[in-house]
Design a protein around this ligand. Structure first.
Ligand code: RBF
Length: 165
């Protein structure tokens, strides 16, 4: 058994009434698309209906925090509030300091959004040193690692339901 990773989910959650949003960046499209697909499949495994998984995109990871806020606010205004949101981005280190600044600010702001929106905001951002690290974490390298998008789907369901009374 792998040491790292989410492990088994501690209960069989019924996600059939949940609405979950996925907001993904378009940078590193091939990796993003595998992660988004992993998250969707995992959400469906908890019984989420296709129409209750809402997928939108924004340009890059820097846009994720504010985009997430706009996305959540819009769904609320439409009278279809989300129970959790999964911002997904893939940041890969280049030759300048861009990576460090975006990773740091995006991570902090996504964490803060949990409290500001009073909603589970999952951390669906890969911060990798190489393309290969990112591909492995999206399950794109045979026999290496699992698709982390699946973990994010499971985390969204657990966080939406665990403390409901
Ligand atoms: N966005 C990502 O989602 N992943 C990246 O790896 C990434 N690298 C970038 C590198 C540079 C040099 C620049 C200028 C932008 C990068 N972006 C990346 C896009 C960024 O998140 C944002 O969309 C743009 O800066 C527009 O605000």
């Amino acid at each position: 058994m792998a040491v790292k990773g989410l492990g088994e989910v501690d209960q069989k959650y019924d996600g059939s009434k949940l609405r979950v949003g996925i907001l993904h960046a378009r940078w590193n499209a091939k990796i993003i698309s595998a992660l988004v697909e992993g998250a969707i499949q995992r959400l469906k495994s908890f019984g989420l209906l296709e129409e209750n998984i809402i997928v939108e995109s924004i340009p890059g990871s820097f846009e994720l925090p504010y985009g997430t806020k706009l996305f959540v606010d819009k769904q609320k205004k439409l009278g279809k509030p989300l129970d959790a949101v999964i911002p997904i981005g893939v940041l890969i280190k280049g030759s300048t300091m861009h990576f460090e600044y975006i990773c740091d600010s995006v991570t902090h702001q996504l964490m803060k959004l949990n409290f500001e929106l009073n909603l589970p905001v999952i951390f669906g951002v890969l911060t990798c040193l190489t393309d290969e690290q990112a591909e492995a974490r999206a399950g794109l390298i045979e026999g290496k690692m699992h698709n982390h998008g699946e973990d994010w789907g499971a985390a969204a369901v657990e966080m939406a339901l665990k403390f409901q009374v």
